[in-house]
Unconditional design. Structure first.
Length: 306
């Protein structure tokens, strides 16, 4: 029988673990396959380990340093031997039965990842998230939230990428992709991962019946200012676009529109875009290797649609 491991990436999240870990343990016990629960710790200095030690059903995985989101998960997943890996933010509260549909839809050979439907609670605002549609717009490769364009979506459908805060992946495929790219910090790692999976011909699916609640950005807000978060977001969008450009037409489109985005940022008081550009430039050469990919960027945009 196949098995799974839920990995919660933690950094100084003792309060979040106290609040949400019991629901994760309860969900693991309801899983249709044997499912372990790990807390992979990014070098916390609080009492997170003590909180976890009180739960005999949870494995503490110390990573010694704060590697951030992508690198932290890469290191934890290298230690894992399960067929499926479920990635959960420490600020996620899953429904007790969220694993069954998530894992069932992950079974087919051509499926790389499945993503939960998230009820997001963020800054006194509540909305639904978890799936995206791809589009090339104004010289950038963007993603549109499915639940903004299809508010009543209840069926399993394709998604551009699995949301790294609450999703499941096939471990062997994840490792074949090389895991999350080190080009990204905090944002766009999951978009890049899902994009590369589609380029391999592997699907990502949104599974609306797999429900979680997400108390958004409670971890990153502890270590990053609002301006830097916005700059990191724009940096990620630029790197994501640069890595996706694989034809002269996409390159010319980006070259035409980039000055527009930067100039309007001055008038709109979004100077974080300039900071994001400066942060992205050192990684300009982090291109995708073309040899292993079957699909072009335009094909991926088409394939990942409904």
């Amino acid at each position: 029988m196949k098995d799974a491991t839920i990995i919660i990436l933690n950094y100084n999240g003792q309060d979040l673990l106290k609040r949400f870990l019991p629901s994760v343990i309860a969900a693991a016990k309801k899983s249709p396959i044997p499912t372990a629960v790990w807390v992979a710790d990014n070098g916390s200095s609080d009492e997170s380990e003590d909180v976890v030690s009180k739960n005999k059903d949870v494995v503490w995985v110390p990573l010694k340093h704060n590697y951030g989101f992508g690198r932290g998960y890469n290191k934890a997943i290298k230690l894992c031997k399960s067929d499926f890996v479920v990635l959960l933010n420490s600020d996620i509260q899953p429904a007790e039965n969220f694993l069954k549909p998530l894992i069932t839809e992950l079974e087919p050979k051509d499926v790389f990842a499945t993503s939960c439907k998230q009820k997001v609670i963020s800054h006194n605002r509540t909305y639904y998230s978890g799936g995206t549609l791809a589009e090339w717009s104004r010289g950038l490769l963007r993603h549109l939230p499915i639940f903004e364009t299809h508010k009543d979506q209840i069926e399993v459908c394709k998604t551009f990428y699995p949301d790294g805060g609450a999703c499941a992946v096939k471990r062997e495929m994840f490792e074949q992709l090389g895991g999350f790219s080190s080009a990204f910090i905090f944002y766009w790692e999951d978009a890049d991962l899902g994009f590369r999976a589609w380029k391999m011909g592997w699907k990502s699916l949104l599974v609306p019946s797999s429900m979680v609640e997400h108390y958004h950005e409670t971890t990153i807000s502890k270590v990053v200012t609002l301006n830097k978060k916005q700059a990191l977001g724009f940096k990620g969008m630029l790197l994501f676009t640069w890595r996706a450009i694989d034809t002269p037409s996409l390159f010319l489109s980006h070259l035409f529109w980039l000055p527009f985005h930067l100039i309007t940022a001055i008038f709109d008081k979004r100077l974080f875009r300039w900071r994001g550009l400066a942060m992205a430039m050192p990684s300009l050469n982090m291109r995708l290797e073309k040899n292993n990919y079957m699909k072009s960027t335009k094909e991926v945009i088409e394939l990942s649609q409904f």
